[in-house]
Design a protein around this ligand. Sequence first.
Ligand SMILES: NC(=O)c1ccc[n+]([C@@H]2O[C@H](COP(=O)([O-])OP(=O)(O)OC[C@H]3O[C@@H](n4cnc5c(N)ncnc54)[C@H](OP(=O)(O)O)[C@@H]3O)[C@@H](O)[C@H]2O)c1
Length: 256
Amino acid sequence: MGGALLAGWLEQGISPADAVVVDPHYDSTAGPSGILSVSSPEALPVGFTPDIVLLAVKPQTMDQAAPLYRRFVKQAVFLSIAAGRTLASLEAVLGADAAIVRAMPNIPAAVRRGVTGLLANRNVSEQQRRTCDQLVAAVGKAVWVEQEKQLDAVTALSGSGPAYLFLLVEALAAAGENLGLPADLSAILARETVIGAGALLHQSPLPAATLRANVTSPNGTTYAALQVLMKEPGGLAALMRDATEAAARRAEELAG
Ligand SMILES: NC(=O)c1ccc[n+]([C@@H]2O[C@H](COP(=O)([O-])OP(=O)(O)OC[C@H]3O[C@@H](n4cnc5c(N)ncnc54)[C@H](OP(=O)(O)O)[C@@H]3O)[C@@H](O)[C@H]2O)c1
């Protein structure tokens, strides 16, 4: 995810000279060119003073990785994208005086179509808030929330959400095969349908429900399928509610 954000920022015109990657196993031949990469924070250039420290490690790695950046607390804002790591748990490793923004991006940030929920602690200045907002807006939409619990919901909805859509493509392709289509043809149809519907949703000012209603003739083929998908209980809405509740619960568990 850190790599996806970096790719988006570079594509937006941020200079490679303004970013440094710290990663124990970074493959500089596979990453973007012109980026300085080091294997540990000790190897950062002398006098290096970042404005932003992006913490993009796994939530369970945070306790071991983040304290090594405490020396930047005075000047930098810490932007954490770790699922479930609360502001309090990040303050516990970085110090109560650290300026911390908890962010929940999603993977389409790599193609600048991400959506990111953000939450700031009390130490974050207006300027730092604006900087984080601009950085996140460079790879999609930025949405600020006021409560920690809302960020668990953002995690369950948009953070994990792209995987739900990828699964939809897989399920749609399998359903096409079940109807007798060859696997490769079914995969193309499923993939292009989701891409096309997404593009239409992107261009249209209409809500999703109106776009759906517009393509559903009474008693037609789409109507027949929607009768199954929209049945209550057991339809897609209930399934999505259960799935996002499971994701939000997991985010809470990760918070410890
Ligand atoms: N994937 C998503 O769609 C998504 C969405 C929203 C938020 N997130 C959050 O993004 C974070 C990263 O997730 P991911 O899926 O991108 O995981 P990932 O692919 O495993 O990326 C984590 C990276 O951190 C590196 N790393 C490990 N220890 C480190 C250390 N001490 N210092 C610096 N770098 C270190 C890893 O290197 P090695 O591989 O060499 O160990 C790896 O490159 C997680 O906290 C996750 O909750 C992910």
